[in-house]
Design a protein around this ligand. Structure first.
Ligand code: UFG
Length: 344
């Protein structure tokens, strides 16, 4: 049984990936500093899989703690590195925090990997590296644009750090960088899902919290963009589809399915949906109202971006399968389940 270290394994994408790894027979060990997640996520993972993975509350910025963890839980075959700060706005206010958290964590892992003979790394990157692409849908060959936020910059720099580390020491590393589009939804069991602390920044948690009455009204950030209905367009992908891609990536490396030591894949559906289309579809499939108003544009927003996932489909052998309807149903079921839990 191969062993995978998942950093940020109690987070939104991390927890769904842990479930998929366990389902596929991997042994999973998790580190997370719980800065943006909750220890109860482990209960959700256990309910779904009947397995409670090893967990330690560790900040990946802490080299010594990471080293001790890796020594204690020897035999790690691959690392999936999710642990990172991810709020675009906060990164503008606290750039050094973002550079420290996101870059030092990665550097620590890359330094520890050869020492402990861990060769394989899956890295969480983002379509933010493309900025506003000139051509849509966007392929992996599209040029990287200057980052619009320190957060986005940490993803660009991280990709370069990994590439340079591999270049300097090709026998010691192999990495797959996954550029996510917009993950939404929750596990079908509704035992795990997105759990933003405080007021959500992202669209879907704001939609579900408005639908259930936690928030009064959703603001649609702009209806005067150059898109069919004037609102921004994104490629919304079910988080479970995204999670499954990580399992495929780990297997690809462990089974040496490629000769390349560094590969990049877009993870999206290939389908662009506007903010207004998301709201409308959410209301229809869940039979619930989402009060909203049109507000001004949000600074730094990209007008429209969606993926060309052909490379991931053909080379990685992975495809997003879920419909947007099912995805939006899963998001709502998760919110309802949270409300039930909070009542008890
Ligand atoms: N939106 C609203 N109202 C809200 C929240 C969002 O209208 O209350 C709109 C945004 O303006 C945008 C769309 O919904 O048009 C999606 O916004 P999100 O904040 O959910 O997602 P983004 O595409 O802005 O950002 C996501 C990730 C970032 C990442 C970025 C690019 O959250 O971490 O994609 O990869 F950097």
């Amino acid at each position: 049984m191969s062993k995978v270290l998942v950093t940020g394994g109690t987070g939104y994408i991390g927890s769904h990936t842990v479930v998929e790894l366990i389902n596929e027979g991997f042994e999973v060990v998790i580190v997370d500093n719980l800065s943006n997640s909750n220890i109860e996520v482990l209960d959700g993972i256990e309910k779904i899989t009947n397995i409670r993975p090893v967990f330690e509350n560790i900040d990946c910025v802490d080299y010594v703690a990471m080293e001790n963890f890796i020594e204690k839980h020897g035999g790690i075959d691959a690392i999936i590195h999710f642990a990172a700060s991810k709020a675009v706005g906060e990164s503008v206010e606290k750039p050094l925090l973002y550079y420290r958290n996101n870059l030092v964590s990665l550097i620590n892992l890359l330094q520890l990997m050869p020492v402990h003979k861990i060769k394989h790394l899956v890295f969480s990157s983002s379509c933010t590296v493309y900025g506003q692409p000139e051509e849509l849908p966007v392929t992996e060959r599209a040029p990287i644009q200057p980052a619009l936020s320190p957060y986005g910059n940490t993803k660009q720099i991280s990709e370069e750090i990994i590439r340079d580390a591999i270049h300097s020491n090709p026998d010691c590393y192999r990495s797959i960088v996954l550029r996510y589009f917009n993950p939404i939804g929750a596990h079908a069991s509704a035992e795990i899902g997105e759990l933003p602390l405080g007021i959500p920044n992202n669209l879907l948690p704001f939609v579900t919290q408005t639908a259930i009455g936690i928030r009064k009204q959703l603001q649609v950030f702009g209806d005067d963009y150059n898109t069919p209905d004037g609102s921004c367009i994104r490629d919304y992908i079910h988080v479970v589809d995204l999670a499954k891609a990580h399992v495929v990536a780990v297997k690809r490396m462990l089974e040496s399915k490629s000769k390349e030591s560094y590969e990049i894949f877009n993870l999206g559906t290939g389908r662009g949906l506007s903010v207004l289309e998301i709201i409308k579809t959410f209301e229809q499939v869940n039979q619930v109202k989402v009060p909203y108003k049109i507000a001004g544009r949000r600074e730094g927003d990209i007008e429209q971006v969606w993926a060309d996932p052909t490379y991931a489909n053909e080379v990685l052998g992975w495809k997003a399968e879920e419909t947007v309807e099912d995805t939006l149903r899963s998001a709502w079921n998760w919110e309802l389940n949270l409300a039930r839990r909070n009542k008890n």
